[in-house]
Design a protein around this ligand. Sequence first.
Ligand code: BGC
Length: 660
Amino acid sequence: MVKDIVSKLTFGQKARLLTYYELLDTVEDKEAGIPKIVMADGPHGVRPLRGTPKHIKGGSTAFPTASALSATWNLDMAYKTGAGIARDCLAQGVDVILGPGTNIKRSPLCGRNFEYFSEDPVLSGEISAAYIRGVEDQGVGTSLKHFALNNQETARTLINVEVDERTLREIYLKPFEIAVKKGKPATVMAAYNKALGTYCSQNKKLFDILRNEWNYEGAIISDWTAVRDVPAAFAAGLNLQMPTNKKIEEDLKRGIEEGVITQEQIDKDVEKFLEFVFALHHAPKCEEEFSREGQHEDAYEVACEAITLLKNENNILPVTKEKYRKIYVLGGWAEKPQIMGGGSSIVFTKDEMIDSPLCEIRKAAGDDMEVIYDKCYSEPDYANLGATTITARAAVKDCTDDDLVVCFVSSVCAETEGLDRYHIHFENYIDEIIRVISIKCKNVVVVMQTGTCYVPYRWDKKAGAIVQMWLSGEAGGKAIADVLFGKVNPSGKLAETFPTRLRDDMEHIGLGDSITYKEKLEVGYRYYDRHTDQIWYPFGHGLSYTSFAYTGLEAKTTGDHVSLRFDITNTGDVAGKEVAQIYIGKKESAFDRPVKELKAFTKVEIAPGETKAVSVEIPLSDLACYDVAGSEWTVEKGEYQVFVGASAQDIRLSDNLYVK
Ligand code: BGC
């Protein structure tokens, strides 16, 4: 059918289909029976578009950002987020949501890390695939972005990334491969940057991997204005140039004349584009009635599972009336939380939908405890830094050892598309204020509303508890109150290492024309496993109000799988959820390998005293390394080491495994 339509189109009609008509819609060709498709950002909620129905009270739902979502380590939460966003899309007439962002967090400095899932390819890929299924099962399309090697924002439209073939495959393409194969996104978005010397929007090598090796059948679209050479992009296999190219007909004619592209290739590109348009246009749409309150509830559940308890000395948390007389809540972010990062992912939710942590803390405390709020710091006020510190001291002047102080800190817009961070610290004034407070007060909890790692100066040893709240969307305020008061037992775990300092053995952000990823496979915990002195909190770390014991690991290969089983017992007195992480290493190997690599994970809910048996199956093919000489994935024979951990640095069980 699509071929038929294409055969009847004029060259001009075909060319016009290959670009956006306006900023938001693809071209509608009524004469040829081609409907238009509406796209919207993404990825943590729908960014309102021209024509957004005004009747949606509450605006779009703001879900926790990607880095929070991956901290849930829960594919059901990723699916729930995708399905929720799809419902918002359907209510607003949107056919494709521009997300998820699946690039690896190579450096903590990348400004878009809050929009990306993890430093690990398997975790990124699995969460991404579940999110995509959540969206697409409702009849809405996704755009898996930014393909590929878009790991910094500085000079993102110019920079060339050089990386060796094995690292490219095993670290940077792997999450896309998993997401494409398991998620089947309607579109993949080619990134701005160059990869191995060629702009991603015209990168035949990348497109061939996508099409020929991963059998990707959807449409390849460009990031906004990312196409530099129109004929080269369509010759490589692009299917849609974003946003508008008014001269596309001219450009393609020139391409044909110069022998860069053929008419047949243009037809193929149009066919693929039309397949995508028709697939989405006819996709069964979710029947479910749209409930804005229901959406909020979903965002709350995800936020609850994302919140990550980094430290909890002497069980300073959860808050109970037996433990504390008064609660001091400090910092403007308690009242007005930082719920998302900056750039194209901003979601215009309505103020009335945003839960304030302060209000929720007041509700949770009820008549049992007095809650004293002091804004005392929020935005940086350099001229009055001394005064701010004095205000902070004054805010807690009556605080006693029977009271609790909860300080909310954030990053003041340091996390945004288009910019990278210069360092991994809070603003100095924040560190100084928390230090002053923690000298005066015995029980201090610091809640970090950030989308990625921030390393404190001078207060982390003094604070009794540190809670990573993430940029947790519109319902994060209630989620954090419920975690602080123990109504929700925290179960988030870090999807990225929190280091003590910026490692100095790699170029974090390329400032010239090109950057080479000389650290190769040593990204995230693959590096910190050999440099444990530089870890503040390791990959996979997150505490609970209960404790878990791991026992009885049995690991064996059966057929084309590795089968593992072990038991986890909840040894505490409250119910909780534990994320068990399965890492595999190989000491004797022809390949230069990291100590261990995440191959699977599972999250289990366990009642106090209960033991749950966990079974995990890992396809043997997941143990493969990319053999550059043979251009193929190879599973080495011999002995492997299996590690089951509560984090990358908290390995509870290990065993050897033989692959014949
Ligand atoms: C961003 C994409 C986004 C697009 C449309 C680009 O600048 O890199 O992630 O989807 O704009 O807003």
